[in-house]
Design a protein around this ligand. Structure first.
Ligand code: SAM
Length: 214
């Protein structure tokens, strides 16, 4: 049985300090990162590196995002208890856990069955209760539970999927990295039925949001 030791907790405190130095100041985000045992979302062979501010492989050619990226997206999302969030790209489940810790009602979609199955077991075992983990194609969103107050996309999207815009509530926000090789973190706010405002932030590098043909 893998544990969360004082050594891990100490490394997490150092990671939180690194994130603060990089400009993360949302208290709920920092608390989530300080509390959640990231090493338990990764293979044990990476355990000693889990609190470096780096992405690591999680199988199926995918990665757990760098903690700064998770913190940055979570901070941009502006979540409070009860916020209804759709996440595209469950991956390891770590970002899902951060959002659950912040009190969000999280629906999360993953297209790799192996990763979906692992998160389905891992998240409840670690005490995180997502509203629903879905095996499917995130390009389509999750229409049956729309609209969502927030949508977070954790893979690089070559374009902004129409279905996701349609599933955003009025006043809702989507945080999505847009681009092929490198991505611009983009925050979209739905201001009316037909209107959206777009704010383009810094450069990031994600694994791609894959569609039916990849
Ligand atoms: N949030 C994840 C975490 O904390 O581990 C980050 C995971 S990784 C950077 C991106 C994830 O998006 C991968 O698990 C990948 O399989 C998934 N993905 C890619 N295209 C997808 C799609 N069309 N629908 C759902 N998930 C997708």
């Amino acid at each position: 049985m893998r544990e969360d030791t004082t050594k891990h907790q100490g490394r997490r405190r150092q990671l939180v300090d690194i994130l603060k130095d990089k400009g993360i100041n949302d208290k709920a985000v920092l608390k989530a990162i300080g509390d959640i045992p990231r090493h338990l979302f990764m293979d044990s062979s990476f355990e000693d590196h889990a609190y470096q501010d780096k992405a690591f492989p999680i199988g199926a050619d995918q990665t757990i995002s760098q903690p700064y990226t998770v913190a940055f997206q979570s901070q941009q999302l502006i979540v409070s208890p009860g916020t209804k969030v759709l996440e595209i790209g469950t991956g390891s489940g770590y970002q899902t856990a951060v959002l659950c810790h912040m009190g969000a009602e999280v629906y999360s979609i993953e297209r790799q069955h192996e990763l979906f199955r692992t998160s389905l077991k891992r998240l409840p075992a670690l005490g995180f209760k997502a509203k629903k983990l879905i095996f499917g194609d995130g390009y389509k969103g999750f229409a049956e539970k729309a609209p969502f107050d927030r949508i977070i996309v954790t893979a690089g999207a070559p374009f902004i999927p129409e279905a996701l815009l349609a599933q955003l509530s009025i006043g809702g926000k989507m945080v999505i990295p847009v681009g092929e090789k490198n991505q611009k973190m983009t925050v979209i706010t739905r201001t009316s039925d037909a209107d959206f405002e777009q704010l383009v932030l810094g450069d990031f590098r994600f694994v791609p949001l894959l569609g039916d043909k990849n």
